[in-house]
Write a protein that binds this ligand. Structure first.
Ligand SMILES: Cc1ncc(COP(=O)(O)O)c(C=O)c1O
Length: 434
């Protein structure tokens, strides 16, 4: 009985609890920035066709500089490795390389890309690396540090390195959460000392670093909690092993400061309403914005945690593998209205195969009608051209009207879209650089 009442109280709390609203004035200010550059975007659509990915290398350079400034201030000798998986467009990786970043790759395909771009400083992480991938890394051991994922991978890497007559620099990935699905990554902290012992028996492997990564961090809480746990583990390890640690790579996972923009369907309250078959408010609540910690504060708080938990035990370089924070603002999607079924239902020439997942059923991103600009947001189903209803770009648009032939822009689609795009029904958008 008490359990039932407790459950009911919890359900009521979830239903009553939504993130803060994304204020309309701030949404309008966001779209105004891009409407101000309307001619430039319309010109690129006219030149390259539609649908189109539009890349802005200048934005990527600015992000790389800002990220390095934030963390370089607190970590002398900082290493920043761009996580290629977040956007595998070669031009993106090339831009970050030219800006002086290293590359973080997670497969043979990504490693081949990095090598083809002449990257000189590469970290290769990821579970389930196959022999051919490890061999590729060993063939370029002067440029690649292998971040090992398990004891078995250590043994395999030793065998392959001995066969190739190579000594390889390596690190080991540590599990940040030993429960649930994240346990697939790395080794648990309790086995770190054993790993150093095992690696000492591998003459072709120079174990010189640690790596950990947790994702989707709106604030540094999870990263700091892990650093505290790592500090305890290091304190208990033999000093001779600690002295071998030349780098600690604390991964990526920094959320851009604009915060997380969500539709009601993505909130626990919205999800629960759907499960309970409740109508929910109409029009749906939202959009919402959950704030994210600005990058300078991320840096200050992580630096304080490193000072408290790691510095007493190791003197080493700090490295990072940001993806989303660097690329999010650097790429946009352009598309054209093909069909207008009524004033509040239009179909575009792009399908969400262009981004590879049903992002816009959950995430909120403004759709801008560049042809008829206005900072007024009008409710409308803006849908793609695939033969599936799960093909949504948005539930509204910014514009004075919407008609066939109008060019629409969805800004800031740089992270986890381009690299997830897939051949499904419609061709992939082309790519243009401005
Ligand atoms: C090992 C590793 N490093 C870095 C990243 C980049 O994370 P983010 O794009 O959230 O910064 C990922 C993303 O999945 C990852 O798996």
């Amino acid at each position: 009985m008490t359990d039932d009442r407790e459950q009911l109280t919890r359900l009521k709390k979830v239903l009553a609890d939504r993130p803060p609203a994304f204020p309309p004035a701030e949404r309008a200010a966001f779209v105004a920035q891009y409407f101000a550059r309307r001619e430039e975007f319309l010109a690129v659509a006219a030149r390259h066709g539609s649908p189109l990915y539009v890349l802005e290398p200048a934005v990527l350079r600015e992000r790389a500089d800002r990220f390095r400034a934030a963390f370089g201030r607190v970590f002398p000798g900082l290493g920043v490795y761009y996580a290629v998986k977040s956007n595998n467009c070669p031009e993106v990786a090339r831009t970050f390389l030219a800006a002086g970043l290293g590359l973080d790759v997670s497969s043979g395909v990504e490693l081949s890309l990095a090598l083809s771009l002449d990257a000189k400083d590469i970290v290769f992480s990821g579970p389930g690396k196959v022999d051919a991938e490890l061999d590729l890394a060993l063939g370029h051991a002067d440029r690649v540090v292998v971040l090992m994922d398990s004891f078995a991978e250590l043994e395999r890497l030793q065998r392959l390195a001995a066969a190739a007559g190579v000594t390889v620099r390596a690190g080991v990935r540590l599990t940040t959460d030993p429960r649930g699905l994240w346990r697939k990554f790395g080794i648990v902290l309790d086995r770190l000392a054993d790993f150093f012992t095992a690696a000492a028996a591998c003459p072709n492997i120079r174990l010189e670093g640690l790596q950990a990564h947790s994702s989707w961090n709106l604030d540094p809480g999870r990263q700091i909690a892990f650093l505290a746990a790592l500090g305890k583990t290091l304190a208990a390890m033999p000093a001779a092993d600690r002295a071998k640690i030349r780098f600690v790579d604390i991964g990526g996972g920094y959320w851009p400061e604009e915060g997380e923009w969500a539709l009601d369907a993505a909130t626990p309250a919205g999800q629960l309403e759907r499960l309970l078959n409740l109508e929910g408010p109409y029009p749906p609540a939202g959009p919402f914005r959950t704030p994210a910690t600005p990058i300078d504060e991320f840096a200050d708080q992580i630096a304080a945690a490193v000072k408290e938990h790691l510095a007493p035990h190791v003197r080493c370089r700090i490295c990072m593998e940001p993806g989303r924070w660097l690329v999010h603002r650097g790429m946009h999607l352009l598309m054209t209205v093909v069909d207008r079924k009524d004033a509040a239902l239009v179909i575009t020439d792009a399908g969400t195969n262009a981004v590879g997942w049903e992002r816009f059923e959950l995430d909120y991103f403004p759709v801008l009608n560049l042809t008829r600009p206005s900072t007024v947001e009008t409710p409308c189903h803006v849908l793609g051209c695939l033969c599936t209803p799960h093909d949504v770009w948005g539930y509204s648009y910014y514009g004075a009207d919407v008609q066939p032939g109008d060019v629409l822009l969805i800004p800031t689609q740089g992270a986890y879209t381009f690299s997830l795009r897939q051949e499904f029904i419609k061709p992939l958008p082309r790519l243009a650089t401005i």
